[in-house]
Write a protein that binds this ligand. Structure first.
Ligand SMILES: [Zn+2]
Length: 675
């Protein structure tokens, strides 16, 4: 009796426990299918499909495309330890998928966890009819577009372009004395710049929208925002350079004044959810370069020029930034197979890697200075790696100062580039010339991206003079590209930006002259909201702005950006700052700088990258309160950006006239390539 009671009690407890377990293992949450609704592709362009959810293992999933079941390429019953999904998540992938026929496709997915309850998700994607032949060689008559060059002025809005024109050309009686190279391009469009999760994009999806045709989340490039255990495992969308290399055999070139791991250059060849994971990013440049010409996948990378040597030297070196935490290993086997990549592309956590040496072993000539660049080019290399600084390269203002100093011109120093341990850096037009000298030998054509990075970086710092100097340098690189394209006849040149930065506004000219400005009493000492700052009184607006004039030196650049009547810039997306209207002698320390170099620069008096802390600007300047962003840098804005296009045949630039969104640019390029 006693034992029977016990057994009944035990059974009741067991049933209660089971019910509790059922309640605990409720149906999966966060169930989603990727690509998300709104995704668009070219016929034949590769992308990954993924169904995922969070719950209790084991998991199961189904997926159909327009009602036809699709088999997953990942293991059919991954548990939390599948190595690809984030902890607690289960995911099922189809790697390297593509659709050949234009149209609308509906993805229907189910995801089931231990609860046994299937949760549904769906998405609608489009394969565009334009560019159906983009993956084949150009027109039979030999007149088609074979080469694509994108000049990406990071953060470059309309006002940056106007400032570069006013400063480099001048204005007389209301008429500009000359035009920028980018002003000579026949087509002008207006581009909206939003990302997948915000009206305001950062540079990662800002660039990747042009190179994939899709929106991504901020900080992410070439991948959809799935819950994976490593940011490099996320579902990919094939880049334009990769697509053209695979289908046509084109070569790819990437040129930037930034650290080469930065978002804009990486969003042409590297697939990751974490734009800051530099070790893995630079590894992927080489490991997926397809240097053996398999033409089954990879980027066809032949030219990589910029800063960022810190990622290419072993973690034992002084100025290194390589670390396990920013690397990746073991890309999933089905990813490698689906994307036509060799087993060595799986990656390794190898902070001790000597990546310069690995690039050289793969046939890349290597240059670490302008002098070395010239020497390497004399040998007509097939592939070229140039790393001209440890982090970001220096700005045009600072590189020019070094060159003028070396020529013995009074008033210039090489202090800044020396302090950055990069005393001999090329200008962007020289880097563009170098890239084209190699890429032009590709019979199948090429894709080249050239970035003017400091237009954005110095606008963030509200260093108006360095931002303007970089825009002028950028335009001279565009002139090189246009000169090539006009002779070549098979090249499409686009000039645009990923977003506007800082709400850059040309508010007037300096009134009273430079000497007057420099002789004013300190505004800091007399700071009182009731008293107008002396340096606010010298902002000449309307008539008082008149026509600023900047004498040039024989290198083609303004002798100085501090002249009587100088152009004055306001920042509509401002952080807090001190303003004295003069070019700072020293640039701010960049965030993309190896730790050991940051220490040296701090010791040498380079200010931090928080503009409100700039003591040199504060010394005599007046305080300007930012809007929502407080004591921080200026920020990106949601403003549209201009796009200029050139091709010899008007039919090839006509698609770029008008107002459209960033992802449309990718399909317009494909349309031109398939003409
Ligand atoms: Zn940007």
């Amino acid at each position: 009796m006693k034992s029977k009671t016990f057994r009944i009690a035990s059974l009741t407890l067991a049933l209660l426990a089971l019910a509790a377990a059922r309640a605990a293992s409720a149906q999966a949450t966060g169930v989603a299918v990727y690509p998300p609704t709104g995704a668009r592709f070219l016929p034949g362009q590769r992308f990954d499909l993924r169904v995922e959810g969070k719950g209790s293992a084991p998991y199961a999933a189904t997926l159909s495309v327009n009602g036809r079941p699709v088999a997953f390429t990942s293991p059919n019953d991954p548990v939390t330890s599948d190595g690809v999904s984030a902890p607690g998540w289960g995911g099922f992938d189809v790697r390297g998928y593509s659709l050949r026929h234009p149209g609308t496709y509906v993805l229907d997915a189910t995801f089931t966890d231990a609860s046994g309850v299937a949760v549904s998700a769906s998405a609608t994607l489009t394969v565009e009819a334009v560019g159906a032949d983009a993956g084949h060689r150009g027109r039979d008559d030999g007149r088609g577009i074979r080469n694509v060059v994108i000049f990406l002025g990071d953060g470059m809005g309309v006002a940056h372009r106007t400032a570069a024109r006013i400063v480099s050309q001048g204005v007389t009686g209301g008429t500009p004395n000359g035009r920028l190279a980018m002003d000579t391009m026949p087509a002008v469009g207006l581009v909206s710049t939003h990302s997948l999760n915000s009206i305001i994009t950062d540079s990662a999806p800002g660039m990747a929208c042009y190179t994939t045709g899709n929106h991504f989340k901020n900080n992410q490039e070439g991948v959809f925002p799935a819950n994976v255990s490593n940011p490099f495992y996320a579902p990919r969308v094939e880049y334009l350079g990769h697509f053209l290399h695979r289908t046509r055999g084109t070569s790819t070139g990437i040129v930037t004044t930034a650290d080469i791991e930065d978002a804009t250059p990486a969003a042409n060849a590297v697939y990751t959810q974490a734009r800051g994971n530099g070790t893995g990013i630079v590894d992927q440049y080489l490991d997926e370069a397809d240097v053996e010409w398999s033409r089954t996948g990879g980027s066809g990378l032949k030219v990589l020029l910029g800063g960022g040597r810190r990622w290419f030297v072993p973690s034992s070196d002084t100025f290194t930034s390589r670390a396990s935490s920013t690397d990746y290993a073991a890309l999933p086997a089905d990813l490698l197979a689906g994307w036509g990549l060799p087993p060595r592309a799986a990656g390794a956590v190898d902070p001790g890697r000597d990546l310069v040496s690995d690039f050289q072993s793969a046939g890349f000539a290597y240059a670490d200075s302008k002098t070395a660049l010239d020497a390497r080019l004399a040998g007509r290399p097939d592939r070229l790696l140039g790393l001209f600084a440890w982090g970001n390269m220096n700005t045009a203002v600072d590189k020019l100062s070094e060159r003028r100093f070396k020529r013995g011109i009074a008033g210039y120093t090489d202090t800044v580039v020396q302090d950055h341990q990069a005393p001999d850096q090329p200008m962007l037009d020289e880097m563009t010339t170098a890239a084209l000298s190699i890429l032009r030998r590709s019979r199948e054509g090429f894709f080249l991206m050239v970035e003017g990075a400091h237009i954005d970086k110095q606008s963030h710092q509200m260093d108006a003079e360095r931002a303007i100097g970089e825009t002028i340098e950028f335009d001279r690189a565009i002139a090189v590209g246009l000169d090539f394209a006009r002779r070549d006849g098979h090249t499409l040149v686009l000039v645009t930006a990923d977003h506007e930065c800082s709400g850059f506004a040309l508010i007037g000219g300096l009134s009273g002259g430079l000497a007057h400005l420099q002789g004013l009493p300190s505004d800091t000492a007399t700071y009182d909201p009731a008293v107008q700052p002396e340096r606010q009184k010298v902002v000449g607006t309307y008539d008082a702005a008149a026509f600023p004039a900047y004498p040039k030196l024989d290198d083609g650049y303004p002798a100085t950006l501090d002249v009587d009547g100088k152009l004055l810039v306001g920042f509509g997306a401002s952080g807090d700052r001190w303003e004295n209207w003069l070019t700072p002698a020293k640039p701010s320390r960049e965030s993309l700088t190896p730790t050991a170099l940051v220490t040296l620069l701090a010791g040498a008096g380079y200010p931090s990258n928080v503009p409100a802390t700039r003591l040199d600007k504060k010394a005599a300047g007046y305080f300007i309160r930012g809007q929502a962003v407080g004591a921080e840098q200026a920020v990106h804005t949601a403003s549209d950006v201009p796009l200029s296009a050139y091709a010899r045949d008007p039919a090839d630039w006509m698609p770029f006239v008008g107002a459209y969104q960033n992802t449309d640019v990718f399909f317009k390029i494909a349309e031109v390539l398939s003409r």
